[in-house]
Design a protein around this ligand. Sequence first.
Ligand SMILES: Cc1ncc(COP(=O)(O)O)c(C=O)c1O
Length: 385
Amino acid sequence: MELSNRLKKVPPYLFVEIDRLKSEKLKEGADVIDLGIGDPDLPTPAEIVEVAKRALEKPENHKYPSNAGAFFYRKACADYMKRRFGLDFDPETEVTTLIGSKEGIAHFPIAFVNPGDIVLCPDPGYPVYHLGAIFTDGEPFYLPLTWENDFLPDFTKVPTQILERTKILWLNYPNNPTGATASKEFFKEVIALAKKYNFIVAHDAAYIEMYYEEPPISIFEVEGAKEIAIEFHSLSKTFCMTGWRIGFAVGNATLVSALAKVKSNIDSGAFTAIQEAGAYALNNLEKITPSLIKVFKERRDFLCAELERLGYQLKKPSATFYLWVKVPEGMDSREFCKKVLQDLAIVVTPGVGFGSAGEGYFRIALTVDIQRLKEAVGRLATLKF
Ligand SMILES: Cc1ncc(COP(=O)(O)O)c(C=O)c1O
């Protein structure tokens, strides 16, 4: 059976080789340290699980959920935006529940992209941005995130004809995979550009609560952003809830309602019991997250110092649980990651898997405990080129 032209355009999965080598290593009985997957190793905090258990027992939660999300959950999202950023959003019209932010990010272009429209995607970046463009017959245009520019896109390098055809600009700060954050000045520049060329700014804020220094800002802290922006939030990393599939989109009412309209024709909403747990988590964010952040901060501090000691080049991230590290001179990112896996049984992700501008880097996810990180450092110290 022939695949659709759209599916044919989806590039091959670049981590296939690493996955295969990892399985081989595990079969050999090697003690593999996996720093590849961006999935927190810590369990969901017990108090959130307890709320979910009680919510599971309620028969009213066993029915189809409300499409746009339960009001109590959307209100918890709006209350969070108010407490954390001082911003007002109407839970009825400016917030919609997502079955994880990936789902919203993938579906959003269906609401706005016509064939041939440009979708600006950061490179390196979360692959769902350009896949959403491909699935809607849009054209991804890649914005390189470079070391020299602190992993922010340089819009002066985007041709005017491209900006004129742009429908959506994707941004993601704090950033996966680079760990970079963006300033208010940067977001101001973005909003001004988007207004000039009349495109939508879609900001992926999946890591906005995983920070170690200054709290990262919402794009809506820039005046006028609500006229043209939507922001995607996730409870996955914030509360170690990746498997629960819960997030939300917030912003301009037209953008939010268009996304909700697409979704109402595809899915049937997030399980209400999980929205109860999610609302509890958001309402208690300030109490729950400090102990989780402390764990990742300790790992970040340890591994950044040790990698520098071993001669690796990286910018210490102030947010996310990723380290974006330069591959030693003379190797490409896939070669390096293969060698690290073959010789040391450590899984790290080749930067090129996140886009061609990711070549020359590898990504480490801080998803094992400090003892295992010490073991990984010990092994890295023995790596011979
Ligand atoms: C940048 C970025 N955005 C969005 C997501 C999706 O998160 P979720 O669908 O679990 O909310 C991820 C997950 O790894 C991510 O790295």
